[in-house]
Design a protein around this ligand. Structure first.
Ligand code: HGY
Ligand code: MN
Ligand code: MN
Length: 434
């Protein structure tokens, strides 16, 4: 198919929306949304469904040692594939689009090409990565981290989940410990479509987010140990109140974000007091602290100021505090050539665009370690995500999927064998001209 016709190719938006809804029904929640925590039975059912769609399309499907699944459409030539993908595991209050859009839009791109009889120069691949959310097994982006060699598969197998399950055992239980070795094959380039999950695009009435990078992420578990005692008879100055210390730490996290200013964010998402009884001063408190910033230096400042607060409170309240890192990823800048291509493609297709960093972590954050990578955002209604009310308008889903299609097509057809030439190609190829 001549290049000029390739630029006219568009996805079948109805098929995409149907698949989003069909996958979303697995682990479906009352009132909408879905819960498919990593490596649960619901995750397995979602995996089985997406795997069936990949196989029905005739993709060459591989499951790797950490359960990442990649389907590849052969190219006219062998060599490194142009790759897209995301995740299909969700948080417990998940929506239908977080991660799922990126996987199903990638599948839709390959189906559009296959149905049009298009064989691109380079192979095209779509994948989903295990445990992107990290909500059950930390860290987040675990599967893509193993894919790029940032964590050994053996260490990943030993990760213990918030429910006490062991990752490797759960992977075996659902039958997704595959034979393909990790680290995975390095793609020629990786582009991920994702909902923004925040309010920026909607507030600005912009259709496509051209994602320039991802902010740094610091997750830690904090365990405060005090002493249980009687709530009625223990004078305040004699208490070793783990619950009070935990709540002071939570307040500190909130105030620290305010002091450091945007885009610093801080969240205490989990808090567990023991013995968790109305008339007992808490003996222990276990909580999580999530700190993020686009600046590594400011994120480090947030971390040491939090540590200093822990030390002060431990001394003042006669408690001990242990902190355990659950995830720590530095901010990532995406490849400017791919970012430029996403922007040029989105504009060529008539979209309004805005360059922006990602507040959420994504698998692209890991893929950027090994190949030229960028992301495409579409608006989230009300800026809501990790919430069953997560929603993106069908027209925005379609626009994002078409930007993904045309961006991947350009990458799969560019004559550049190495990225030094790609600059040259990006200006001369038919995609950039029109
Ligand atoms: O935590 C995150 O940013 C992502 O949802 N895993
Ligand atoms: Mn996601
Ligand atoms: Mn998420």
């Amino acid at each position: 198919m001549p290049a000029a016709q390739l630029t006219d190719l568009r996805v079948d938006a109805d098929r995409l929306v149907r698949r989003i809804e069909e996958l979303g029904a697995i682990g479906g929640l009352e009132g909408g949304g879905c819960a498919r925590l990593a490596l649960t039975d619901e995750d397995r059912l979602g995996r089985d469904l997406v795997g069936t769609w990949m196989e029905d399309l005739g993709l060459d499907v591989h499951i790797d040692a950490i359960g990442n699944v990649v389907g590849t459409l052969a190219g006219r030539e062998d060599g490194a594939p142009v790759m897209t993908g995301s995740h299909i595991d969700t948080v417990a209050t998940g929506g239908l689009y977080d991660g799922n859009l990126g996987v199903l839009a990638g599948l839709e791109v390959l189906e559009t090409l296959a149905r049009a009889g298009v064989t691109t120069r380079r192979p095209m691949a779509v994948g989903y990565f295990t445990d992107e959310e990290g909500a059950r097994f930390a860290p987040d982006m675990l599967g893509s981290l193993v894919y790029v060699g940032g964590l050994t598969v053996e260490d990943a197998y030993d990760v213990v989940g918030v429910d006490g399950a062991v990752l490797g055992e759960e992977l075996d239980r659902i039958g997704y410990r595959g034979a393909t070795p990790c680290p995975g094959r390095t793609p020629f380039a990786f582009v991920e479509l994702h909902i923004e999950q925040g309010p920026v695009l909607e507030d600005a009435a912009i259709g496509i987010g051209v994602v320039t990078g991802v902010q740094g992420i610091s997750w830690q578990e904090v365990r405060v140990t005090g002493r249980s005692s009687h709530a009625g008879t223990t004078p305040m100055h004699l208490r070793r109140d783990a619950g009070y210390v935990a709540m002071r730490l939570g307040t500190f996290v909130r105030e620290l974000a305010g002091e450091l200013g945007e885009p610093q964010v801080g969240t205490v998402g989990r808090l567990d007091l023991r013995p968790d009884l109305v008339n007992v001063v808490a003996a222990s408190a276990t909580m999580t602290v999530d700190l993020r910033n686009v600046s590594e230096a400011v994120l480090e400042e947030a971390e040491w100021r939090f540590a200093a607060c822990c030390d002060e409170l431990a001394a003042a309240e006669h408690c001990t505090i242990e902190r355990t890192a659950l995830a720590r990823f530095a901010p990532v800048d995406f490849d400017p050539r791919v970012v430029d291509l996403v922007e040029a493609t989105a504009r060529r297709l008539g979209n309004t665009t805005l360059r922006m960093p990602s507040g959420a972590g994504h698998d692209a954050q890991m893929m950027a370690r090994v190949c030229p990578t960028a992301m495409v955002f579409v608006p989230s209604v009300g800026g809501i995500s990790h919430n069953v009310e997560e929603f993106t308008e069908p027209a925005d889903l379609e626009a994002g999927a078409n930007v993904l299609l045309q961006t991947l097509l350009h990458l799969a057809e560019t004559e550049a064998d190495d990225w030094a030439e790609a600059d040259h190609q990006a200006t001369e190829s038919p995609w950039a001209a029109s």
